[in-house]
Design a protein around this ligand. Structure first.
Ligand SMILES: O=C(O)/C=C(\C=C(/O)C(=O)O)C(=O)O
Length: 298
C-alpha cells in the first residue's frame, strides 16, 4: 500500500444509534485482497487490502443487514473482487460496477446476474481520467435497458460544468457524498444551491448523505459542520437519499474515522424514526432489492 495510506479503523466503537431492522450500508468497497484480485495498473492509489469478510464483520458489528458495494477506482474496470464479494453475500449485497465503452452485452449480463445494479461515473480528477461524455452517454443508454442506475462522483466546484450533461442522463442517478460540498461556503450559497437544484429539477436524482469525514472542516469531534447540509438534503428529498459508511475509507489523509461514530451521525441528519427508516431501509430496498419489496419481503 501507499506509504502514506491510513488503514481502516481496526476497532470501531459500538454505535449508540441502533439502525432499524433491515438497514442498508449503501456505500462501501472491497479492496483485493491483492494476491487474489490485483489492483489495476492505471490506479491512482494503492490501498491496504480490505476483504469481503471484514466488510461483513463491520456490517454485523454496526447492526446493519445489507451492503451496496461500489467498485473502487483502485480496481479500475476489473470488477472481479466486487463480483466475488457479491457471490459470497447470500443476496445481502448488491454492486455498482465500473465499465468502459467497449464492455460487452455478455459482461453486462454476467454482472447483472452477480448482483450488480448500476455503474459509477467518476469525475474526481485525483482518482480517474474521466471518460468522454459521448462514451458515458452510450454506456448510460445501454445500462438503462437493464434498469440499472448510475452513481456519479464529482467535486462541487465542477458541478456547473457538468450540470447539463448530468441532467441528460436517462436513468436514476445517485450522487455520491452530496457532491462534496465546500463547508466553508454558506449552506444557502450558490454552490450548494446548484446541487439542490440538480435534485429539484431532476426527479430521477438521488443523493447519498455520506462522508462527513471527507467533507467536514470542523473535524472528527462531531463533524458538526456537516450536519446542517446533511439534514437539508434528507428533509428536502426524504425519498431519494441513501446512507453508507464508505468503509474502508480510501484516501483519508487527516484521520481515519471510527465507523461506530459515523453511524451515530445518522440521527443528527435524519432526526425522526420515519426519516431514518426511509434513509436506511425503504429507499435502498426500493433501489437495490425491488423484487423483494414487490414480493413483500421484510
Ligand atoms: O470512497 C469514496 O467514495 C471516495 C473516494 C474513493 C473512491 O470512491 C474510489 O477510489 O473508488 C475518494 O474520495 O478518494
Amino acid at each position: 500500500m501507499d506509504k502514506d495510506w491510513i488503514p481502516f479503523h481496526p476497532n470501531p466503537s459500538q454505535p449508540t444509534f441502533i439502525p432499524p431492522a433491515g438497514a442498508v450500508d449503501a456505500h462501501c468497497h472491497v479492496f483485493g485482497p491483492a494476491a487474489q484480485f490485483p489492483y489495476a495498473p492505471e490506479r491512482k492509489y494503492t490501498p491496504c487490502d480490505a476483504s469481503k469478510d471484514q466488510l461483513w464483520a463491520l456490517r454485523d458489528h454496526l447492526k446493519f443487514s445489507r451492503n451496496v458495494i461500489v467498485q473502487a477506482t483502485c480496481h479500475g474496470a476489473d470488477n472481479s473482487a466486487l463480483v466475488d464479494a457479491l457471490a459470497h453475500a447470500n443476496d445481502l449485497a448488491r454492486g455498482i460496477a465500473t465499465v468502459r465503452g467497449d464492455v460487452t452485452d455478455e459482461e453486462l449480463f454476467r454482472l447483472h446476474e452477480a448482483g450488480v445494479r448500476g455503474v459509477r461515473f467518476n469525475f474526481v480528477k485525483r482518482l480517474v481520467d474521466a471518460l468522454p461524455f459521448d462514451e458515458l452517454t452510450a454506456i448510460a443508454q445501454r445500462i438503462a435497458k437493464l434498469n440499472w442506475h448510475i452513481v456519479i462522483y464529482f467535486e462541487a466546484s465542477d458541478l456547473a460544468e457538468y450540470f447539463d450533461f448530468f441532467s441528460s442522463l436517462p436513468t436514476t442517478v445517485v450522487v455520491d457524498h452530496m457532491g462534496r460540498p465546500d463547508l466553508n461556503k454558506d449552506i444557502n450559497g450558490a454552490e450548494f444551491d446548484l446541487f439542490l437544484k440538480l435534485l429539484d429539477y431532476n426527479p430521477n436524482y438521488w443523493s447519498k448523505v455520506t462522508c462527513p469525514e471527507r467533507i467536514s472542516i470542523s473535524g472528527p469531534d462531531g463533524y458538526d459542520d456537516f450536519v446542517p447540509f446533511g439534514r437539508k438534503v434528507v428533509e428536502t428529498f426524504p425519498d431519494r437519499v441513501l446512507w453508507g459508511t464508505d468503509w474502508p475509507h480510501p484516501n483519508m489523509k487527516s484521520h481515519m474515522p471510527d465507523d461506530g461514530k459515523l453511524v451515530n451521525m445518522i440521527p443528527r441528519i435524519a432526526v425522526t424514526p420515519a426519516l431514518q427508516h426511509k434513509l436506511l431501509v425503504d429507499n435502498p430496498m426500493r433501489l437495490y432489492w425491488p423484487e423483494q419489496v414487490n414480493a413483500g419481503v421484510k
